[in-house]
Write a protein that binds this ligand. Structure first.
Ligand SMILES: [Zn+2]
Length: 192
């Protein structure tokens, strides 16, 4: 598996070509969404995410992708919000993970619900992951390919179902803890 590249505070190292190709390859599947309320041109529109990190009070509302390419400023700001807060370390988050999050965010947006996705966790380095309660040892979080999130006023069950519907990767349903784990790994579903 690829290891995430550390984000330099001075600039952006563009994702490897393979990651971009994978992102492109993922589009046809995601384009199935319109039947259920998201417009046909959803993936052609600027891809904006609004993320809120309750533990630090930060929020970022930025476009990370437009006109077929990454928007570096927006992408970096989103990656920084998704950093390992404990270690103070940000990495390049997987674009496919951002697309999955965009699918979730866009779904609610299409129904007139414009609220931030509340991020409990994004990237975790191996050490932080090891001391995180209930974390899998080879967690997708350590590859910059996973996030734990929720949205105010939306049940975790609904979020989990939406994640499964989007079929972007793994979906963990943590009802007790009140969040859903989404990752860009293999398609799989579990209850935490
Ligand atoms: Zn997780």
């Amino acid at each position: 598996m690829d290891h995430p590249t550390l984000l330099s505070p001075l600039g952006l190292q563009l994702p490897r070509r393979r990651a971009l190709l994978r992102a492109a390859a993922c589009l046809p599947a995601m384009a199935l969404l319109p039947q259920a309320g998201i417009a046909n041109d959803f993936w052609n529109r600027p891809r904006e995410l609004w993320l809120y990190r309750k533990s630090t009070g930060e929020q970022v509302r930025e476009t990370y992708w437009d006109d077929g390419r990454i928007i570096p400023e927006g992408y970096i700001r989103l990656c920084k919000l998704l950093r390992d807060v404990q270690a103070g370390q940000a990495v390049q988050m997987d674009i496919i993970l951002l697309d999955i999050m965009r699918g979730v965010y866009g779904w609610f947006e299409a129904y007139g619900v414009t609220k931030p996705l509340i991020i409990n966790s994004g990237y975790r380095n191996v050490h932080t992951n090891a001391v995180t309660e209930g974390a899998a040892r080879n967690s997708m979080h350590t590859y910059g390919k996973a996030t734990d999130l929720w949205m105010a006023g939306i049940s975790t069950e609904y979020m989990a179902r939406l994640g499964v519907y989007l079929s972007g990767g793994g979906v963990g349903y943590y009802a007790q803890k009140g969040f859903v784990h989404l990752d860009s790994g293999r398609l799989r579903v579990w209850r935490g």
